[in-house]
Design a protein around this ligand. Structure first.
Ligand SMILES: Cc1cc2nc3c(=O)[nH]c(=O)nc-3n(C[C@H](O)[C@H](O)[C@H](O)COP(=O)(O)OP(=O)(O)OC[C@H]3O[C@@H](n4cnc5c(N)ncnc54)[C@H](O)[C@@H]3O)c2cc1C
Length: 294
């Protein structure tokens, strides 16, 4: 097995162009598990840990650009104010050791239906920056995943970063697992409110081949909030609307029965998570001073 270790982003892209079969490795928390269990034997490994550009984040035209090599620990420490939904999800990933090594870029690269970063990125309207020696392109997260463990990157492309607007309002994330830590999601749900645009966005995880948006639930809630003037009054969302939102969110899933749970359980649990995350996010919105900062 060849081991390629570029020292810069340009070198990394050149190496990927020359060795499209090379498997990138960032934190290695997915790749090394596969190797250790002998589930695959890549011809070459492309180590991205020495590429400083991947570990950077900054602001770009009012959006955040977060390098693919930024770890969960850093998302929590440095980006929780701008990306609260992703930070909440990051806190649920693995253990401190996994969060120290594991990266959001690696989560996108694995494209596991259970990837915890995916639902908040989808709800927040994030875009993946894919790059090759030929140039870069931005792919909305909603179009990035092609199926379980599959994405739309070409063999000569690497994930450079993801782009996402700083949260314009409350964001939430919740996941169901068999215990509180070190657990793959049975299902998960992310919610993002945008009081300026009067929109509600969602992301369902681990209950379909790819992360899914609950479009009907979003439109239903936007209708209720507009009809009731709730964005202005900040009055609580009624029980019937909460229940209906949950029901529609559960219906948007495309779950299967597997070792972690049945499809029916996932639909039920998603309805609960959707109701809960909405109640938490709305409570945060209601408690904010309309004249003050977000
Ligand atoms: C004990 C344990 C607990 C875990 N718990 C969770 C959990 O709670 N939630 C969760 O979502 N995940 C969990 N994981 C899985 C894993 O930690 C995450 O998916 C993590 O985000 C992977 O990031 P990484 O940097 O380690 O990726 P790596 O293992 O280095 O790479 C993962 C994949 O992405 C590709 N890749 C990496 N970087 C790039 C790039 N820049 N461009 C293109 N492709 C790239 C690799 O080729 C590989 O296919 C857990 C893993 C372990 C071992």
């Amino acid at each position: 097995m060849d081991f390629l270790q570029p020292r810069s982003w340009d070198e990394a892209l050149a190496a990927k162009a020359e060795h499209p079969e090379a498997q990138p490795i960032a934190g290695g928390t997915d790749v090394m598990v596969e190797l250790n269990f002998d589930r695959g034997r890549p011809e070459a490994i492309l180590d991205l840990t020495r590429v400083p550009e991947l570990a950077e984040w900054g602001r770009d035209n009012g959006w955040l650009r977060v390098g693919a090599g930024v770890t969960y620990t850093r998302v929590i420490a440095e980006l929780a104010g701008d990306l609260p939904g992703l930070a909440i999800a990051s806190r649920t990933v693995g253990s401190p050791q996994i969060r120290n090594r594991g990266t959001v870029g690696g989560n996108l690269g694995s494209a596991s239906p259970a990837g915890d970063a995916h639902p908040p990125l989808l709800a927040a309207g994030a875009e993946v920056e894919a790059a090759s020696v030929g140039g870069t392109r931005r792919i909305p997260v909603a179009e990035f995943f092609a199926g379980p463990k599959r994405h739309v990157l070409r063999p000569d492309e690497l994930i450079a970063a993801f782009h996402v607007p700083p949260a314009p309002g409350p964001q939430q994330f919740a996941k169901v697992g068999t215990r509180n830590a070190m657990v793959i999601a049975v299902c998960s749900f992310a919610l993002a409110l945008d009081p300026g645009r009067r929109t509600v966005r969602t992301g369902i995880g681990s209950a379909g081949p790819t992360p899914l948006a609950a479009g009907e639930a979003e439109r239903f809630l936007e209708g209720v909030l507009a009809d009731e003037g709730a964005w202005e009054s900040r009055a609580p969302v009624g029980d019937a609307a909460l229940r209906r939102f949950g029901e529609l969110a559960g219906r948007a899933a495309q779950p299967i029965d597997d070792v972690r749970g049945t499809a029916a359980y996932r639909v039920h649990a998603l309805a609960v998570l959707a109701r809960r995350t909405l109640a938490w996010a709305w409570e945060e919105y209601a408690s904010q001073d309309p004249g003050g900062p977000r």
